[in-house]
Each structure stands twice: as C-alpha cells, then as structure tokens.
Design a protein around this ligand. Structure first.
Ligand SMILES: [Zn+2]
Length: 632
C-alpha cells in the first residue's frame, strides 16, 4: 500500500518516482534457506458467504461457512480468525498506538466507528450435502457444535479464537458457520463508508494463517499489514439494485451494474462468468433464502487461489474496461475526478500489468479491478487495487502487489520489505524503462541520509517494533527497495530477471519469505548470497568507500598508469565499481584499504567510485576525484 501523502505526490504527474513513507511490515529471522518447493504445506480453506448490505441501518449482515483442511503435520485444538474492522474503533491496539493525528479511531463515537461483531459461531457436521473427509472436529450434539468466541488481545478484538470441542488431526477437515455484522468506519483508513459509498477492504472473519511458525494470530497495528491462507471464495451479496460493485473474482451470477462509458477502451462488458466453469457452491450459509426483495439484487462472485476477498460499491461508479490478453482490466471511478476517464486509468493499469508479467510471469487471475476509493493513497488486495488517484506510479506500485503479496504471499507484518520494498523497487525500475530520467535520485538521497544519521533499524523485523511510522516506512519501503537494487547490480540485471522468474515459478500461490527469494536468486546466479541478505536485511551495518591518494603518470609506452588508494569504513561490505577515465573495473577485495593500478590509453580526467550510485553508502562526497589535465 501507499499512504495518501505519498500518493498525492505520485498523482502530480503521469510518471513520478515514488518517495515512499508508508505501511507494510516485517520478521526477525529467516531460517529456511532454499526449502524445496515440494516440501511446502499450506492449509486449505474455502468460504461460502452470503451478505446483505442494509444502507439505511448502516450495517452489513452476513453469514459464512468456512471449510478448513488441516494439511499441516500438527493437531489443532483451536481456530483463530481475524476481525480486522475492529481495528477502526476505540480501544483497539490500532486506536491506542496510532501516532498520526488524522487517524484517531479512539475518538470515534457511534455510528462513526467500524466494527465486526460475531453473532454466532458453530461447527457444521459433515452431512449428506457435505463432501468432507468424514473425520472432523465436530461433536455429536448441537451443544457440542456451538463455538465460544474468545478475544486473546482484549480489549482489542481483531483476533478471535474458537476452542474446538475435539482436536483437528493432520489431514482432517472441519466446517465452521459464523454469523456476524460489520460496518466500516466513516474515517477512512484502508476501509471506509461515506454516504452510499462503501469500501469493504476488510469485512469478514478471515482464517488466520497456520504455518511452520504456528498460528499467526496477530492483532492489526497501524504499522504492518496482512497475511492469509489461499483458498476459494464464493460470495453472494444482496444489494440495492442501483449499486455498482467491484470485487475480487468474477461475477458468476447477477448484475454488478457495469455500463461502460462512451470513452471506455472496451464497449462490451466481459463478465468472464465461465472463467471457473460452472462452479457449484460448496455450502449454504442460509442467510439469503428466497428471491431478492423489490429494489434489491443479488450478485454472486467467485475467486479461486486467492487469500482475500475485497469489494466496494457506489451507485455513482463509472465503469471502463480494457484487456491484457484474456485478463480483463476494470476501472471503477467516481465522477468528478476526470483524470481517471478516457481510458487513462485502464491504459496505465494495463501498462503496469504487462511490464510486471515480463518480470515475474503471466498474470494468472482472470481480472484486475482498479477502484477509486474514498481514502487517498492505495491498498492492494488479490485482483483488486483500491486507489485514491489514477497516477501511474501509484498504479504500478499497487499492481505489483498482485505478485509481491497476492501471488507470492509473504507475511506482511514479519517481512514487509518483501512486498513493500519490492513494490517500491519495481516501480522505480518500471519508471526507468518508461522515460523517467532519475527515478532513484530521491530514494538514494533519503536512504543515505538515514544511514549517515544512524537512524536505522534492522529491515527484517516485526513491523510494530519500528520506533515510529517514519522509520517503518524508511526501512521497509525505501531501504528495502535500495537493497533489492543493490542485489540486481550485484548479480547482474539478466540474472536478476531470471531469479524473479524462478521465484515466481517455484513459489507462486505459496506463502513466501526472504529465504525463498534468496534461494531463487542463488539458483539463478549460482552464487551464495546468504551474506548479502544477512548484512543488508538483518543488521544495521553501514558502508562507506572513500578515495585516497590518486596518481597518474605516463606508463612508458603510449598510455597512462593511475594508482588509486581505496579505503572502506563500516562493518558492511560490498564489491564496488571503480571508474578511471573511460575504464571501469569491479573491486572484490575485502581489505579495508587497497591500492589499485589501472592502465588507460587516454589520460583520465577523473576517478569515481560506484559511478552508477548503486551502493547504500553513508557518504558519496568522497567518491570522486577530478584529475588535472596537465601536471601541476
Ligand atoms: Zn505497497
């Protein structure tokens, strides 16, 4: 995601380098270098959901049946779910720790605060209609099936725990029916409602991830984002019939209200209703029995191999559409911001998606919807980006998250750099290849200033452990992007591209961590890179190369011989390029002081360390020496 402040900068022009200070997250250590892809287990989930949006009462009533398959080697005695909308109300951890004035959720009163309130929860036995394994965790009687909600971080309620009456063994599945009410806050932060516009970024009880580290039952903090289990979402929404809807997945039934503008690149709506065949809904939540009432409509969406489902409605949404191959690109924008229209946002989204496909691999989902949300900035969800503006930088950043986060699903509060540093890095790379003169200039200045001031923390640490929001943004986004740029330079651009293909090929639709990216880059480069990942992501070591004495003399034939003294300060190490006149060589010595002799045909006019300005040094003032044209 990007905050509105940053996004505001981004919207100033079609293409601008993003100087990002925003939200993401991170983790202490990475301990599975090079795990083979076939040893990765992941829990499997599916959601069958029905929801009715009551705009008069300002509440969403909903029921979901979640199928949960325990693919882990562990026996589970509990299930954890996230109730993220409860962050946006008084007494949440978010409300108590938010440092930025405009987002004072602690001060909101009814009906302005958001909530997500569990009304009931029960296990659903595998009956005649069920297709489970037969073994499950449900008891025999109705009393055994009822689940009691417990809130381990109370008064925060962004995590709810249900104790299972019987443990769920490895290989077994269970079904849980949860009824709840939800309401976004009127104060916009990654979710919002105002008038008839509803941004349901978060809205349903979402199964917490169980992975090799155990339950990832982590309350929502302002610093840090999300992590989810891949699965299938089958969601039926009961809405006022004039609402226009954008969501994760494809509309398999019902009318989402898309009527293309006259200026839309595509004039015929591509609903993609058959993308998943004719999908049968697994379970009946039982909320929306009978037909929709007068003035209402039902729209059923389906999405597969995603770890989240986001949606937004506004009766005023304008619709434009384009295509990248079979992938539909949908833009839903609010009238009044005309920069979105005439196909501009559609084309920018396609441009970003096409380029990203070249970096990773083909976009695997049916569509990408670019929604014009109420809040500024942008936030990413599978198949959906919710953006406050139509700038190319913001679109590229958020679209990149379809890969780094959506398809390659890192734990965003443990290793935020892996999706946010990557998004910032890819956006600058995209801009360099689309005519922006110096996309890295501001990023490098900001990163060097922090290194010089010692105002750094370990990049790979839990997001809420950063001392403040600015440091969090500077480490996760800015330094994360600079580190990835150094890695690309270190292994070479072609090798780096190959590494990204390997990363995507081996780990897509899996939870990933920094060790997986390291393994992919090692596979592509044939080099051991543990030192690099350790040094730049798990320490705060600094680096500064400096030029010492430089002497140039005729070499006795027709050329010139230049001897250069190079010193290195700080605990970090990287190779460094040295340019003497027109020739450049890479210095690989780990000595703190080295003297290098370079022979050139012409008399060099300057000596420059790191001429491409790639290294994260505390100073670059000592990197250049101009040589006299004549002997003094
Ligand atoms: Zn982001």
């Amino acid at each position: 995601m990007l905050t509105s402040f940053t996004a505001h900068l981004l919207q100033a022009a079609l293409l601008l380098a993003p100087q990002v200070t925003a939200a993401g997250s991170s983790a202490p250590s990475v301990t599975r270098p090079g795990r083979p892809p076939d040893t990765l287990w992941q829990q499997r989930v599916s959601y069958s959901t029905e929801a009715r949006l009551d705009e008069d009462a300002q509440v969403l009533h909903a029921v979901e049946v979640v199928r949960y398959h325990n693919a882990s080697p562990d026996t589970l005695k509990v299930l954890f779910f996230h109730l993220y909308l409860n962050a946006f109300r008084p007494h949440s951890i978010w409300a108590r720790t938010e440092q930025r004035k405009p987002f004072d959720f602690g001060a909101l009163r009814d009906p302005d605060y958001g909530y997500e309130r569990v009304r009931s929860a029960e296990l659903v036995p595998w009956g005649r209609g069920g297709s489970g394994t037969g073994a499950d965790a449900s008891g025999s009687g109705a009393r055994d099936r009822s689940l009691t909600a417990a809130y381990p971080f109370a008064p925060d309620s962004t995590v709810v725990r249900f104790d299972l009456p019987r443990p769920l063994a490895p290989g077994d599945s269970t079904r849980v029916r949860i009824a709840w009410d939800a309401r976004p806050a009127t104060l916009c932060r990654r979710q919002c409602r105002q008038g008839r516009h509803w941004d349901f970024a978060q809205w349903y009880p979402r199964v917490a991830v169980f992975d090799t580290a155990g339950w990832e039952d982590h309350p929502l903090h302002p610093q840090g984002e999300f992590y989810g289990e891949f699965g299938t979402y089958d969601v039926t929404l009961d809405l006022a019939s004039d609402q226009v809807l954008g969501a994760t997945g494809v509309p398999v039934e019902g009318d989402p209200g898309w009527k293309p503008d006259a200026s839309s690149p595509d004039r015929t709506v591509d609903y993609q209703r058959d993308w998943y065949g004719r999908p049968v809904r697994l379970d009946d939540p039982g909320l929306l029995d009978g037909p929709a009432s007068t003035g209402r409509k039902r729209v059923r969406f389906r999405a597969e191999r995603v770890h989240h489902f986001a949606w937004s409605v506004d009766p005023a949404y304008r619709y434009e559409q384009g295509h990248l191959g079979k992938v539909a690109v949908r833009v839903l924008y609010r009238p009044g911001d005309l920069d979105w229209d005439l196909g501009a946002a559609v084309r920018r989204t396609i441009r970003a998606l096409r380029w990203l496909g070249g970096i990773y691999g083909p976009y695997p989902w049916p569509q990408l919807t670019n929604l014009h949300r109420l809040e500024g900035g942008g936030t990413e969800f599978p198949m959906v980006i919710m953006n406050g503006g139509p700038g190319q930088g913001l679109i590229t950043h958020e679209s990149s998250h379809q890969y780094n986060m959506g398809i390659l699903a890192n734990n965003e509060w443990k290793e935020g750099w892996l999706d946010e540093g990557m998004a910032s890095f890819l956006t600058n790379w995209f801009e360099r290849e689309h005519g922006v003169a110096h996309p890295w200039a501001r990023t490098m200045r900001a990163a060097r200033a922090r290194e010089a001031a010692g105002a750094t923390q370990v990049v790979s640490e839990p997001s809420e452990d950063f001392v403040d929001y600015a440091t969090y943004g500077a480490m996760i986004y800015t330094k994360g992007s600079v580190v990835l740029r150094m890695l690309r330079w270190l292994v070479g651009e072609d090798t780096f591209r190959e590494g990204m293909h390997v990363y995507y090929r081996d780990y897509r639709f899996h939870h990933v961590d920094g060790a997986d990216l390291q393994a992919a880059m090692e596979k592509a480069s044939g080099r051991e890179l543990a030192w690099f990942f350790h040094e730049w992501l798990r320490t705060t070591w600094t680096l500064d190369y400096a030029l010492g004495d430089v002497h140039t003399v005729p070499d006795g034939t027709s050329g010139w011989k230049t001897s250069v003294q190079v010193t290195r300060r700080g605990r970090a190490w990287m190779p460094v390029d040295l340019a003497v006149g027109d020739s450049t060589l890479r210095l690989d010595s780990r000595d703190e002081s080295q003297t290098v002799t370079v022979v050139t045909t012409g008399r060099p006019d300057s000596v420059v360390l790191d001429p491409r300005g790639v290294l994260l040094e505390t100073s670059i003032e000592n990197n250049r020496t101009a040589l006299p044209a004549h002997d003094p």
